[in-house]
Design a protein. Structure first.
Length: 105
């Protein structure tokens, strides 16, 4: 995920994720998660879920690159939000945790 952004409450936030897996004696390679399919959870500053296990969208023509547009509401709390994304290939599940996905002011 990219660096933390600060937006006003009620803004749309773009969250981008790259799924890679390590191969033995090799380098990381991009892959498209299938089992489980890529999902995202967004937690507010009190660790309460604002987005629950929602499907992510694949970037056209890009292996392993997914995004989610989070439409915040004006009544959401100010502060830092976390995003947890997961996906796997049927054998392994890759979990990406971004402690600081975005900040609302």
């Amino acid at each position: 995920m990219s660096a933390i952004v600060t937006k006003d409450r009620g803004s749309a936030i773009l969250i981008q994720v790259e799924f890679k897996r390590n191969t033995p004696f090799g380098s990381a390679e991009y892959f498209d998660p299938t089992s489980p399919a890529p999902t995202i959870v967004i937690l507010d500053p009190k660790n309460e879920e604002k987005v629950t296990e929602t499907a992510m969208t694949k970037k056209d023509g890009q292996v392993g690159k997914y995004y989610y547009i989070c439409q915040t509401a004006e009544n959401w709390l100010t502060g830092e939000y976390k995003a947890k994304c997961k996906g796997g290939d049927g054998t392994y599940t890759d979990v990406t945790i971004e402690e600081k996905a975005f900040k609302l002011k």
